[in-house]
Design a protein around this ligand. Structure first.
Ligand code: PLP
Length: 433
C-alpha cells in the first residue's frame, strides 16, 4: 500500500486545492451539501471492487453474500428514513444518480413516445422532466417521450395547478412529474393526484432537492399521493452522489411496480451497482434517521428564510418573495444584471452560487437570476445570525457587480481587492458532520 500523495501527487494536489476551496469559501449552491466523514469513508471503501449485477439473492456474479447484506440493509434504512411501511413501499437503491433514477422510472412507467408532463425548466423544473426547446429535443426525457411542460402562474409564481389540470385534460399524459430544481415553495400533491386520477395517469415526485426536508417531516409528504418517488442522495439528504427510486407495492389494479422499476434499473438502464456508493447511502440514511438530522433540516429552512429576509430588507426581488424550503431564487432583472455576472463576482469573492433562470426569462441560456441554498452552510453549524452576515456579503457582491457593469475596469478591480482582503467571508475553519 502506498498513499495517493505518493502514487499520484498531481491528483492529490487537485484534491488539496478543492479541499481548501470547500473549507474556506461560502457554499451556497442549493444542490450541494457537505457529507459526513463516515459517509465518505464508506464511499471510498473496498466495496468499489465488487460486481453484483442483479438483486440480493439473484445476482449474475458469485461472491455477493456481503453485498446482498449491504443492499438489504440500505433498502431497510431508506424505508425507515422516510417512515414508509415495507408492506406498501419498496425501494431500489442502485441508481447511479438522479438523472439515471429518473430515466429508469420513466422506463418503468411508460412505453416509448408515451406522454408526460413536468414543470418547465425556466419555471424551476429539471432537464429530466421532459425538457426541450423550440430548436431541439436535447434530453432523453423529450427524445424518447412526448412531453409538455406545465408552468407557474405569472402573478403568484406558484405552480398553476388549475392551468395544469386544464392542460392535462387536452394533452392526456400517462405520467405527471412533480418536483423541481428551483422552486422555493412546497407542493400540493393532493391537487396533482386529483388530475392524475381523472386521467388514469401515474404521479411521480422527484424530490431530489428536498428529500432531506421531506424525511425530516418539514415539508408535505409526497408518499401520501404518489405512485413513484425519486430522489438524489446528495442534496438536502447530505449523502454520496446517487439516486433512489421508491415505488408503491399496493396498487389495486394488479400492476407490479416492483418488477417494473427493478427491471428498468437493471438491465434496462444500468449495469452493475456501485456498492461503495450503496454503503455510503446506507450510512447517510442511518444519520438521517437520528433526531439531530431533523434539527438540521429545520435549521436549513430557518436559514433560507433568514437569507430571504436579509435580501428583501435591501429591496431585492425574490421569486415568490420568500421560501418554504432550502432555497431562494433571486430575480436580478430589476437591477439589469444577469445571473452569470453575479456568479462570476461571487466566485472571485469565495462565495459559490449558480446562475438560474427566473420565471419569464426570455432564454434559459442567459438566466436573469441566481439560486441560493442553505444546506451546506447549515452543515457548518451556521444559524440565522450568521446567515444575516452572508446576506450582507451577497448584497455587497451585487453592488460590486453593478459597479463593474457601470464602470467596467479599474475602480471595480479596486473594490474587489478591498473586499477580498479586508473581510473574511463566513466562519474560518470547517466543521465536519
Ligand atoms: N432531479 C432534480 C430535481 C435535480 O435538481 C437534479 C440535479 O440537480 C436531478 C434530478 C439530477 O441529479 P444528478 O445530477 O444526480 O443526475
Amino acid at each position: 500500500y502506498k498513499p495517493l500523495a505518493e502514487i499520484d501527487p498531481e491528483v492529490q494536489n487537485i484534491i488539496d486545492k478543492e479541499t481548501w476551496r470547500q473549507f474556506t469559501g461560502l457554499e451556497l449552491i442549493a444542490s450541494e451539501n457537505l457529507t459526513s466523514l463516515a459517509t465518505m469513508e464508506a464511499n471510498g471503501s473496498i466495496l468499489t471492487n465488487k460486481y453484483s449485477e442483479g438483486l440480493p439473492g439473484a445476482r449474475y456474479y458469485g461472491g455477493n453474500e456481503y453485498i446482498d447484506e449491504l443492499e438489504i440493509l440500505c433498502r431497510k434504512r431508506a424505508l425507515e428514513a422516510f417512515n414508509l411501511d415495507p408492506a406498501i413501499w419498496g425501494v431500489n437503491v442502485q441508481p447511479y444518480s438522479g438523472s439515471t433514477a429518473n430515466f429508469a422510472a420513466l422506463t418503468a412507467l411508460l412505453q416509448p413516445q408515451d406522454r408526460l408532463m413536468g414543470l418547465g425548466l425556466p419555471d424551476g423544473g429539471h432537464l429530466t422532466h421532459g425538457y426541450y426547446t423550440a430548436k431541439k429535443k436535447m434530453t432523453a426525457s423529450s427524445i424518447y417521450f412526448q412531453s409538455f411542460p406545465y408552468a407557474i402562474a405569472p402573478s403568484t409564481q406558484l405552480i398553476d395547478y388549475a392551468g395544469l389540470d386544464a392542460q392535462a385534460k387536452i394533452f392526456k399524459p400517462r405520467l405527471i412529474i412533480c418536483g423541481a430544481s428551483a422552486y422555493p415553495r412546497d407542493w400540493d400533491y393532493g391537487a396533482l393526484k386529483k388530475t392524475t386520477e381523472r386521467e388514469g395517469a401515474w404521479l411521480m415526485a422527484d424530490i431530489a432537492h428536498t428529500s432531506g426536508l421531506v424525511a425530516a417531516q418539514q415539508l408535505n409528504n409526497p408518499f401520501e399521493y404518489c405512485d413513484v418517488v425519486t430522489t438524489t442522495t446528495h442534496k438536502t439528504l447530505r449523502g454520496p452522489r446517487a439516486g433512489l427510486i421508491f415505488f408503491r407495492k399496493d396498487l389495486k389494479d394488479g400492476q407490479d411496480l416492483e418488477k417494473r422499476v427493478n427491471d428498468a434499473v437493471f438491465p434496462a438502464c444500468q449495469g452493475g451497482p456501485h456498492n461503495n456508493t450503496i454503503a455510503a447511502i446506507a450510512t447517510t440514511l442511518l444519520q438521517v434517521a437520528q433526531p439531530s438530522f431533523r434539527a438540521y433540516a429545520k435549521q436549513v429552512i430557518l436559514n433560507a428564510q433568514a437569507l430571504a429576509t436579509g435580501l428583501t430588507a435591501h429591496g431585492y426581488k425574490l421569486q415568490t418573495d420568500g421560501t418554504d424550503n432550502h432555497l431562494v431564487l433571486w430575480d436580478l432583472r430589476p437591477l439589469k444584471l444577469t445571473g452569470s455576472k453575479v456568479e462570476k463576482v461571487c466566485d472571485l469573492l469565495g462565495i459559490t452560487i449558480n446562475k438560474n433562470a427566473v420565471s419569464g426569462d426570455a432564454s434559459a441560456q442567459t438566466p436573469g437570476g441566481i439560486r441560493l441554498g442553505t444546506s451546506a452552510l447549515t452543515s457548518r453549524d451556521m444559524l440565522e445570525d450568521d446567515i444575516k452576515v452572508v446576506a450582507e456579503f451577497l448584497h455587497r457582491s451585487v453592488q460590486i457587480a453593478l459597479t463593474l457593469q457601470k464602470e467596467a475596469g479599474t475602480k471595480m478591480l479596486k473594490d474587489f481587492i478591498h473586499v477580498a482582503t479586508t473581510e473574511q467571508p463566513g466562519k474560518v475553519g470547517f466543521k465536519q458532520v
